[in-house]
Design a protein around this ligand. Structure first.
Ligand code: BMA
Length: 863
């Protein structure tokens, strides 16, 4: 009896074991990119479409919609999100693809409520733009003339009934429903779709639909590697233990498949094992140790070394599938530990406490598929060039494109990754909570191998909004049962579901429930946790107040400015637009109706009244630069107590007045140049403390640095009042006060309004770190009219401009009309009779360049 049963089992296995000859190596992937057309669902005209793309850009490309960034055109684009749209294409399969045993359609991203039909069969309904979708279509797909149709439901029409059905509202602070003609119906919280599409305080309201990431046909035989996870443990420069977990999908039983992990550069096999594959999901674990691994370091601390690991699977010496990934060996964690000040908040990379220098990052365009690889590259390189080591991918945007993280890996930018929730409350229960969970799993799995991922964060400011902005109080006053319901959803989402996903799918990673975060009570505490500091901007306080604020970690703070003249012209070309309260300028300012006036008020207080609109734009950038310089230096001087400074914000998603340090076109504002200085590996930072001038040396280097400190006190027309020099050995990875002196002793009997203090550190390798410091606010400084002389010569890819000046020139600003130029330095001070050369990239001829070059400095901005 027993024998018989075993026989039966063996026969069964035999019959399901595939014949080796029927398996073909490697899966094939083809993008469905061509032949797409689209139409408004209830009308009949078809137009050509670009995929990936969104309906707005397709309408623009077909001349149906005017550029929404131009003047007030955004208003005329509001009908688009109330419509349903249909996209379709036809495609054939080549023999190889068609003959595979498994054929899937693989959607990398659909925005958002879509029904998908292949050859008139409904194969999928989607409801989350952040998720990926893979469908087996083997039984439906044909070799020729496949018809793929995607019906996008209006996200507004889908979500309005949900809003209407509820007896209470979910807060959504930034949803510009009124601009969308929806009155107070803030429906954004119901959609798993980028929050900023519904408007933000730096962005337009343009609620897109479309195939925003590529679509593929993927065909395979026998098995395919779905995912490989490299879990790193015990990482040091001596050793790293790597546990590799492969997820392999099999379509049949396969015996003796060989799984191998190879270091592609050296060809060395790091680990291998032989397994039997079953139908369905197979999880295979294979571990190895690396001796003396080359570690991945953040920008400034060392090389961000990347290995290329290949996971492959062979049957009978034929490789069936493989997956190569760039892996950086590193340990990174958020350290939250009680200490003598309170409780720490800092990142430890490879055992070293690292001071985070960086910015908050939003999507680079309101229309996401327009973000090219070039734009991504420039965005990350601009962070690297400004000496940043971290970007925070903020929760109102998207989980970024793979390429974004590849660049961060390559250039040593750590990523603080928010989950996509910001400044709102979400109906996180039932189906939506499950949807959120799946979204988190998809994205944690997609991104976890990137060495750049430093932390997962539950949301942006939702806890702050609940506890501090008054939301909890308001709900509780109206109906405590609703308050309890919302808090339960909140708790489930950020304190149970999301951390559990991180724990399960990225077990070595840190998670923080919200930013800012001290504890679950939502307290704001300067001695514990991270902080978003906004008072100086929001209340229009003197920019020097950035010196007074303390935190263990500034994960946000910012100050607005206008973009430069050329950028303003791109959206406000008419003379009647050229004042900050014009309708066009107000519409390209989303920080509230008073935001332009805050800039004006602070600017007048700090500098005086500019003579014209262009001078106003220039000074607004300088003001932002000065403000942020004060903040960045204060945070770094406080190193040890404070361990991070991420300003708001690195980029824009359209041309606008905002907190960005680079505008929509990637043009550096004054702040970005100032950031580059303030974030250098060594910062020399003078600061008045009562009657004393103190100078701090802040070093991110991991070894002490010997060199010389030079302090000069100059009158603004160049006379030397005091000169001090001093040998220093600056402590590694620390901030130290290296000089302190009574101000009166330094400036002798010269008035404070007539002097500038120049602090310079030159290390033993002749690297210079210079910082100019004034003892009074700019408005009180007696800046002379400076006579700047320039000389231009042709160099590779552009020109070199040499400048000279008889007196101190504050914030010298060079500009050339046109888009194709980038100045190596700008908004810099010129010291009397000290030559300075700047390189500029430009495609202009020398004659045109000279003709168009404009040079102004601070005093030129006034009558
Ligand atoms: C922050 C952010 C954003 C916002 C910015 C400027 O606190 O989290 O939501 O755009 O401030 O107000």
């Amino acid at each position: 009896m027993k024998i018989k049963r075993e026989m039966k089992v063996i026969i069964l296995i035999m019959s399901t074991i595939f014949s080796l000859s029927s398996i073909h190596a490697s899966s094939v992937q083809t993008e469905i990119k061509c032949g797409w057309k689209f139409k408004q669902a209830r009308l009949n005209n078809w137009y050509p479409a670009t995929v990936p793309g969104v309906v707005h850009t397709d309408l623009i490309n077909n001349g149906i919609l005017d550029d929404p960034f131009f003047r007030l055109n955004e208003r005329g684009a509001q009908w688009v999100d109330k419509e349903d749209w249909i996209y379709e294409t036809k495609f054939d399969l080549d023999d190889e693809t068609f003959n595979k045993e498994n054929i899937d359609l693989y959607f990398k991203g659909l925005d958002t409520y879509a029904d998908i039909y292949l050859n008139e069969n409904k194969i999928l309904e989607t409801n989350n733009m952040f998720r990926e979708w893979r469908i087996d279509v083997k039984n439906i797909i044909k070799q020729k003339d496949n018809h793929l149709r995607i019906y996008f439901h209006s996200p507004i029409k889908v979500d309005l009934p949900k809003w209407e059905a509820l007896p209470f509202r979910y807060e959504a602070a930034n949803d510009q429903s009124e601009n969308g003609g929806l009155f107070d119906k803030k429906v954004s919280v119901f959609a798993r779709k980028a929050g900023y599409h519904y408007g933000w305080d730096w962005g337009p309201r343009l609620v897109t639909s479309g195939i925003w990431r590529p679509v593929f046909v993927e065909a395979w035989d026998g098995l395919r590697i779905d995912n490989v996870h490299y879990i790193q443990r015990n990482v040091s420069s001596k050793n790293a233990d790597i546990e590799t977990v492969l997820e392999i999908i099999g379509d049949k039983e396969i015996v003796s498949a060989k799984v191998k992990i190879t270091d592609e550069q050296s060809g060395k096999i790091l680990a291998s094992t032989v397994i039997d594959i079953h139908k369905g999901l197979n999880k295979v674990r294979v571990g190895f140790s690396m001796k003396n691994p080359e570690l991945w370091w953040s920008n400034g601390l060392g090389e961000p070394h990347l290995y290329t690991f290949k996971a492959s699977i062979e049957v009978n010496n034929t490789t069936i599938d493989r997956k190569s990934e760039k892996i950086g060996i590193r340990s990174v964690k958020l350290v939250r530990q009680p200490d003598k000040f309170g409780k720490s908040f800092y990142f430890e990379l490879n055992g070293i406490p690292v001071f985070s220098k960086g910015a908050n990052y939003i999507p680079c365009d309101i229309f996401l598929p327009r973000v090219t690889r070039e734009i991504y590259k420039k965005t990350i390189l601009d962070a690297v060039d400004a000496n940043m080591n971290m970007l925070r991918v903020w929760g109102g945007g998207i989980y970024e494109d793979d390429y974004f993280y590849e660049l961060c890996d390559k250039y040593g930018i750590m990523v603080w990754q928010d989950f996509m929730f910001a400044c709102s409350l979400y109906p996180a229960e039932g189906e939506l909570l499950e949807n959120i969970k799946q979204e988190a799993i998809d994205n944690v799995k997609r991104l976890r191998n990137h060495p750049s991922i430093a932390i997962w964060c539950g949301n942006n400011e939702c806890l702050d909004a609940w506890e501090i902005w008054g939301w909890k109080r308001n709900y509780t006053t109206k109906d405590p049962r609703i308050a309890d319901k919302i808090w339960k959803q909140f708790y489930d989402q950020y304190f149970i579901v999301l951390p559990e996903v991180v724990k399960e799918y990225d077990p070595m990673a840190s998670y923080t429930p919200s930013s800012p975060f001290t504890d679950i009570d939502g307290r704001r505490d300067h001695t514990d946790g991270d902080m978003h500091y906004w008072d100086t901007w929001q209340k229009g306080l003197p920019i020097s107040t950035y010196n007074n604020e303390k935190s263990r970690y500034f994960s946000e703070y910012g100050f607005q400015s206008f973009p430069e003249w050329a950028t303003v012209l791109s959206y406000a070309p008419e003379e009647k637009d050229w004042n900050i309260t014009s309708e066009v300028m107000m519409s390209h300012q989303r920080g509230g109706s008073s935001a332009n006036l805050i800039i004006e008020k602070c600017l007048t207080n700090e500098y005086g009244t500019p003579k014209d609109f262009q001078s106003f734009l220039y000074l607004s950038q300088l003001l932002q630069g000065d403000a942020m310089k004060i903040a960045m230096e204060a945070h770094r001087r406080d190193m040890g107590y404070c361990m991070g400074t991420l300003f708001w914000q690195h980029n824009d998603c359209w041309p606008v007045a905002s907190w960005a340090s680079r505008d929509y076109y990637g043009r550096w504002k004054a702040q970005h140049y100032f950031t580059r200085e303030a974030f250098r590996d060594i910062l020399v930072s003078p600061i008045a403390n009562g009657e004393k001038l103190e100078i701090y040396a802040v070093s991110d280097r991991l070894k002490n640095t010997a060199g010389k400190l030079y302090i000069s006190v100059l009158t603004l027309d160049g006379k030397v009042i005091s000169e001090i020099n001093k040998s220093l050995n600056i402590s590694a990875n620390a901030s130290t006060m290296v000089y302190s002196e009574t101000i009166d002793k330094l400036i002798k009997n010269i008035a404070r309004k007539d002097v500038v203090i120049v602090a310079e550190f030159i290390d033993n390798n002749n690297r210079r770190y210079t910082n100019n410091y004034f003892l009074l606010n700019q408005k009180e400084i007696n800046l002379p009219k400076a006579n700047i002389i320039s000389d231009v010569r042709v160099v590779d890819k552009g020109f070199e401009i040499t400048l000279n000046c008889d007196k101190f020139a504050r914030a010298v600003y060079l500009s050339v009309d046109g888009l194709d130029n980038f100045f190596g330095d700008n908004y810099f001070d010129l010291l009397p009779n000290k030559e300075k050369s700047i390189k500029v990239q430009s495609g202009l001829s020398l004659a045109d360049f000279k003709k168009q070059l404009k040079i102004v400095s601070f005093t030129d901005a006034f009558q």
